[in-house]
Write a protein that binds this ligand. Structure first.
Ligand code: C6P
Length: 413
């Protein structure tokens, strides 16, 4: 866990580590508010990647030569670091993948295909990202299981009465996101895990939008599985994490087969390597894993509680400023309850047009369905514009966003 410090973040100092933030776009200072899609990368993380390739680029677990030993130690240490970061019980519970989506698919294939059958239910929520929704939908089709969806209320919170109704003796898996990438809602994942465990069901928590901005403790949540991506938390692309309880990972068969994940192979049979390598077939994500370690260093130096507070303040401010306009609809819970993002629409302005205009002002946001098409159907709109904040963003950048939104309003109306 990071240093828990209530002091505000020194944003100026932090911004100095992100040269990309000094860029100009369309003659304006870049205002990067697309952090929920991918965060920017600080110099120490870029340096750790460069250092790997400059000094000890090598494959892991294989060679006995010096470079391979150095790479192996750094790669294994990175697993320990991630385990510590999320409160796991050692590196055996931390599998490195490509991203959250691959972590999700690993559980769906390795656990779901063998454990699910006719009559089993997978309980998801209406705000689920396609990474979970589409994956469980396909596994359900192949196994005869059924997907059920916990509904949301008008302010984008989970209807917990509905959750209590749905989670029952037929539930085999509850798959829920920790923080919604569209609404900014923080879900009561520990309570949902309790409900699931009361019925001997398992819990998969999609932490893609939570691990980057708050202290996460998988043991406190009692999650059976927890997944997130490095590229949303100052790390590089191509690195994801799957946490799984050791007992479950031990019981599960691998999802990908090949080199590295085996212990003994004959022409007839193979046995599997120890955890977590059993789930990391082929040459793994070495440079990316080591760089994730550097990203966690950076985040822990700042302190995860401070990152969370900083994001919450910016989101609340953005929410308050945008809702001053009668023709702006902001989706999700009120300011103080949401994590660092706002998805919104302006009457008469399509989200794609909005994002193009914002880009003219140097403001980078995401427009579309944010990989939550069914949720957008519930919200009654095919698309929204989303501004998402991180530790290097400022109130002045929220002002720049709101000013640009106002220009767009005036242009269209
Ligand atoms: N959401 C967004 O702009 P990957 O792409 O595998 O790293 O992460 C998938 C994913 C899973 N769950 C949640 C809650 C997410 O937000 C994401 C990624 C990005 O919102 C890209 S669609």
């Amino acid at each position: 866990m990071g240093v828990q410090n209530a002091e505000p973040i020194d944003v100026d100092r932090i911004r100095a580590d992100f040269p990309v933030l000094d860029r100009q776009v369309n003659g304006r200072d870049l205002v990067y508010l697309d952090n929920a899609a991918t965060s920017q990368t600080p110099e120490p993380v870029v340096e750790s990647i460069a250092d790997f390739y400059r000094r000890y680029n090598s494959n892991v677990h294989r060679g006995l030569h010096q470079l391979s030993q150095e790479a192996s130690i750094a790669y294994e240490d990175a697993h320990d670091r991630v385990a510590d970061f999320v409160g796991a019980d050692g590196r055996e519970e931390i599998v490195f993948t490509k991203n959250t989506t691959e972590s999700m698919n690993t559980v769906a294939y390795a656990w779901g295909l063998t454990e699910l059958g006719e009559g089993d239910e997978i309980v998801l929520t209406e705000m689920e990202h396609h990474a979970a929704l589409v994956t469980w939908q396909q596994i359900a089709k192949r196994t005869g299981a059924t997907c059920r969806f916990v509904s949301i209320d008008d302010e984008g919170r989970l209807d917990m009465d509905h959750a209590r109704e749905l989670i029952g003796p037929d539930t085999a898996m509850v798959s829920v996101l920790h923080v919604s990438n569209t609404l900014g809602t923080v879900n009561p994942v520990a309570e949902l895990a309790d409900m699931a465990h009361d019925h001997d069901a398992y819990v998969f928590v999609d932490g893609a939008q939570a691990a980057p901005n708050r202290p996460v403790d998988v043991a406190a949540i009692d999650a059976d599985f927890y997944a997130f991506s490095g590229h949303k938390m100052l790390g590089p692309t191509g690195i994801g994490v799957l946490y799984g309880k050791r007992r479950l990972l031990e019981e599960m068969d691998p999802y990908l087969y090949g080199g590295m994940m085996i212990r003994k192979v004959t022409f007839e049979e193979s046995t599997w390597n120890e955890l977590p390598w059993k789930f990391e077939a082929g040459t793994p994500v070495i440079a990316q894993g080591i760089a994730l370690d550097a990203a966690i260093d950076y985040l822990e130096d700042v302190g995860m509680d401070r990152v969370r507070r900083h994001e919450e303040r910016l989101a609340e401010y953005a929410h308050d400023r945008l809702t001053e306009y009668d023709d702006v609809e902001v989706y999700g819970p009120p300011g103080g309850e949401r994590v660092g993002l706002v998805s919104f629409n302006v009457d008469g302005v399509h989200a794609h047009d909005m994002s193009e205009i914002l880009n003219e002002f140097g403001v980078a946001v995401r427009a579309g369905d944010h990989c939550t098409q069914p949720l957008h159907e519930v919200l009654g709109t095919p698309a929204s514009t989303r501004a998402s904040f991180y530790l290097y963003n400022t109130r002045e950048e929220v002002d720049a966003l709101v000013d640009a939104v106002d220009e767009a309003r005036q242009l269209f109306n």
